[in-house]
Design a protein around this ligand. Structure first.
Ligand SMILES: CC(C)(COP(=O)(O)OP(=O)(O)OC[C@H]1O[C@@H](n2cnc3c(N)ncnc32)[C@H](O)[C@@H]1OP(=O)(O)O)[C@@H](O)C(=O)NCCC(=O)NCCS
Length: 140
């Protein structure tokens, strides 16, 4: 797999399919500056994720990055695609000042994030459209 920077538009279809049940919704934050990566198996996009500078809600003074839009195509899951993309995003954040990395993690993905060194903070909550989430974070 090749991991490379991409535009939000290049990955929107995959993110809608994986994260929004295929609904033709606007993807939150796509109009804001962010660093998006795509994982390509040949010409086929198999995974994506992005980071942007955004303070963590509990530490507004601290430099921080918010992780969003982690999505691997169903057929490519469990093969390390997500881990490679997340590693590339962590490297980008470190090269651009580091700080905290945080996200609203879907609870089924919690173990995936824990393996990358993130820990939970606070109690899980239910997003009525998307399901259970919990805040996760790590120092970069
Ligand atoms: C979470 C996700 C991005 C991980 O991508 P991936 O390419 O499968 O990740 P890796 O192969 O590097 O790691 C697989 C890990 O993800 C976990 N995982 C979570 N959901 C999974 C799924 N539906 N299928 C396979 N693995 C899944 C596995 O438990 C595995 O961890 P383990 O090896 O400790 O058991 C991917 O499963 C996905 O797109 N899930 C649906 C969307 C989602 O929940 N995104 C996160 C939003 S916060």
């Amino acid at each position: 797999m090749i991991v490379r920077p991409v535009t939000p538009a290049e990955t929107a279809e995959l993110r809608r399919a994986v994260l929004r049940g295929g609904r033709p919704v606007l993807l939150p934050g796509d109009d804001e500056p962010a660093f998006h990566v795509g994982g390509y198996d040949g010409e086929v996009l198999v995974g994506t994720g992005n980071v942007r500078r955004e303070p963590a809600p509990w530490a507004p003074e601290q430099p921080a990055w918010r992780l969003r839009g982690m999505a691997t195509a169903p057929a490519a899951r469990g093969c390390g695609v997500g881990a490679q993309l997340l590693a590339a995003l962590l490297a980008h954040c470190r090269e651009h000042g580091g700080g905290l990395l945080w996200c609203h993690a879907r609870t089924p993905a919690q173990r995936f994030y824990e393996r990358a060194g993130l820990q939970t903070r606070g109690q899980p909550w239910e997003d009525p459209e998307i399901g259970p989430h919990v805040i996760m974070w790590r120092e970069l």
